[in-house]
Design a protein around this ligand. Structure first.
Ligand SMILES: O=C(O)c1ccccc1NCC(=O)[C@H](O)[C@H](O)COP(=O)(O)O
Length: 233
């Protein structure tokens, strides 16, 4: 996928209608709604996910983060939560992506790849034709208690860049982003989208000042990028 000079922004770990409204006002193009996970601080109930999802205006995507690995449970979860995008944070063990597509036409599928090393490149390239987007994060699904996101940690962006260049679907970059490193992230990886949780929060609550700084930084980062011509070709 070609580089993106002005990335979309997904604000994650949304935990109330007020947080959703704040993120949208500042310019979020997507909201991340985290359902049951083996670890992490961003989890909310499916009832609350459905409530938040219901007030999101057209043009803003609602991502359901799921740790479920079988398609039947994922389909049931989407029906309960009424989101328009499913973010699969682990890998599928029962069923196929096509089963999800058949059961949920119009619902976008995003597969998370936790970037742990060069092996992540193969993983991303193999899964990319089956999904609508890839999200590169810093979790570790091999730990005794899996970490599937919200780590606040940066991974190796050289690998992320390589993945972005090799796959034909949009790539979101996640993991430890904040207003201080986002310019470097955009320059180095040029992802389609940015995903942030910890970097815009204080004591687990969405922090308006950090949110504002993050969006301002992205706005300023998009000036002076000399690859715009490239993108237009
Ligand atoms: O935040 C959590 O508790 C969480 C747990 C398991 C999967 C996802 C989770 N959060 C949502 C995200 O995927 C984050 O937006 C992403 O990992 C980036 O997080 P951060 O490094 O904290 O910005």
């Amino acid at each position: 996928m070609k580089q993106t000079t002005k990335p979309r922004v997904k604000i994650c770990c949304i935990s109330s209608i007020e947080e959703a409204k704040m993120a949208i006002i500042y310019g979020a193009s997507a909201l991340g709604l985290v359902s049951a996970m083996p670890s992490g601080i961003g989890v909310i109930s499916e009832e609350l996910i459905a409530e938040i999802s219901a007030i999101v205006p057209p043009g803003v995507c609602t991502f359901l983060f799921t740790s479920k690995q079988d398609v039947k449970s994922i389909i049931e979860q989407q029906r309960r939560c009424q989101v328009n995008t499913i973010q699969i944070c682990d890998y599928l063990t029962l069923g196929k992506y096509q089963d999800l597509r058949d059961a949920m036409p119009g619902i976008a599928l995003v597969q998370v790849i936790h970037v742990t090393g060069e092996e992540s490149v193969k993983e991303a390239v193999e899964v990319s034709p089956l999904v609508d987007a890839i999200l590169l994060d810093s979790g570790n699904k091999y730990l005794p208690i899996k970490q599937l996101g919200g780590t606040g940690k940066v991974h190796n962006w050289d690998i992320s860049k390589k993945i972005r260049e090799l796959v034909d679907v949009p790539v979101y970059l996640a993991g430890g982003l904040n207003s201080e490193n986002v310019t470097a992230a955009i320059k180095q990886v040029s992802p389609f989208g940015l995903d942030i949780c910890t970097g815009v929060r204080t004591n687990n609550k969405l922090d308006e000042m950090k949110l504002s700084q993050f969006f301002s930084q992205i706005y300023y980062s998009s000036f002076g990028v000399d690859e715009v011509q490239n993108f237009r070709e």
